[in-house]
Ligand binder design. Structure first.
Ligand code: GDP
Ligand code: ZN
Length: 367
């Protein structure tokens, strides 16, 4: 039976999950016998485009075997954006989830999630969970604080399903919403409450360290109960990398962006640290967080070898405006990251932790 399709992609659909070398594609129109989705092979990189298929992509299919519900991905529609971690295309909304307690909100860590979302250019919403465990005054205090940063915020509890209605309404708007935030804050619990029947595994926040176990493993897209939007269930990334552009960092803080747009800064190459004459001014809540992130990015930039030096590894590297000689790689001490990786299994076996409990998953600033 021929399937009519007026899509420029032919038979087309939305990638809703990646499974090993396959992806699951939800069809725009039902296939013969009411087939709703197909298991499709995906080449790691589609020819020519060099892109990898990811969840949220719209794809055109070929070689369809309807009885077996199999096909192959032939084309990838242009993307609106792509979030790197988790890898999701065409994200409309990022919901940054933080818990009011166990663990308590960490403004610096929260900001790292917010910066990734801002960098993506998606709509951002902040949700504070476990509202049943703290007084109302404290819930209000956090919501008002992040509203002053320029974000919409909601305090919710999975114990009060009725209170989730406002969040459900926001997510019902068309498009893909990604819930992100450190593990243990209640993302899986929230998804279970929003999409009944989903039944994601919820971790007990592990006893002594009060740290959520990593329970959500792969990326998948789920329709919200009641229609409208789709939500992504993804692994918790505890500490996102900062967006790489130090010069553009100020624009990723809505409250700073607003100050700068109201009064242009006097200095063309200003770092907006509130020096006299700088339009950023001082005394704003996230000023120190901004300064900290800027310093981290500038340090990363200084540590990165220039293209010329990359071709001569083992000779010199540029650090700020200094050139430092480098030891031949054979004689170098392994980096601290390398040492930690090598120690990883032993530490896990002995149950030891790499960070003290109060700092678990949080960013404590430069050494
Ligand atoms: P995830 O790692 O972000 O997916 O977090 P989980 O959904 O696995 O939740 C971590 C822990 O927090 C579990 O023990 C949940 O039962 C608990 N939890 C999640 N949401 C709430 C809530 O609204 N209220 C309370 N009291 N506990 C919650
Ligand atoms: Zn300035």
């Amino acid at each position: 039976m021929a399937i009519a399709s007026d899509s420029p992609l032919g038979i087309a659909g939305l990638v809703v999950a990646l499974e090993a070398n396959y992806c699951r594609v939800a069809l725009d129109q039902l296939g013969p016998g009411g087939v709703r989705n197909l298991l499709c092979t995906r080449r790691r990189r589609l020819d020519k485009s060099g892109l990898e298929v990811c969840v949220g992509d719209r794809v055109g299919l070929e070689g369809i075997d309807w009885p077996a519900a199999r096909a192959a991905v032939a084309f990838l529609a242009p993307r609106r954006n792509r979030l790197e971690r988790p890898s999701v295309a065409n994200v409309a909304r990022v919901v940054v989830v933080a818990s009011l307690v166990d663990p308590r909100p960490d403004p610096l860590l929260l900001s790292r999630f917010l910066l990734s979302a801002e960098h993506l250019g998606a709509e951002v919403l902040l949700v504070f969970t476990k509202a049943d465990l703290v007084p109302e005054q404290e819930q209000r205090c956090w919501c008002e604080r992040v509203m002053a940063w320029g974000y919409h915020a909601l305090a919710v509890s999975c114990q009060w399903p009725s209170g989730l209605e406002a969040l459900r309404q926001r997510l019902r708007e068309p498009g893909i919403s990604v819930l992100c935030g450190p593990s243990g804050v209640g993302k899986s619990s929230l998804l279970n409450a929003l999409c009944p029947g989903l039944d994601l595994r919820v971790a007990a926040v592990s006893g002594r360290l009060r740290r959520g176990r990593h329970t959500t493993r792969h990326v998948a897209l789920y329709p919200l109960a009641g229609g409208g939007g789709m939500v992504v269930d993804s692994p918790g990334f505890n500490r996102p990398e900062l967006p790489p552009d130090a010069a553009g960092l100020a624009q990723l803080f809505p409250e700073l962006r607003q100050r700068l747009s109201q009064a242009g800064c006097r200095f063309v190459d200003c770092r907006h640290l509130g020096d006299p004459g700088c339009a950023a001014g001082s005394g704003w809540d996230r000023q120190e967080i901004y300064a900290h992130c800027l310093a981290e990015l500038e340090r990363q930039l200084a540590d990165r070898p220039s293209p010329l030096q990359r071709g001569r590894q083992g000779s010199n590297r540029q650090r700020g405006d200094r050139i430092e000689p480098l030891l031949d790689p054979r004689w170098r001490r392994p980096s601290r990251r390398r040492q930690r990786q090598d120690l990883g299994p032993q530490l896990q076996d002995s149950g030891a932790e790499l960070s003290p409990p109060d700092q678990a998953g949080s960013d404590q600033g430069p050494p």
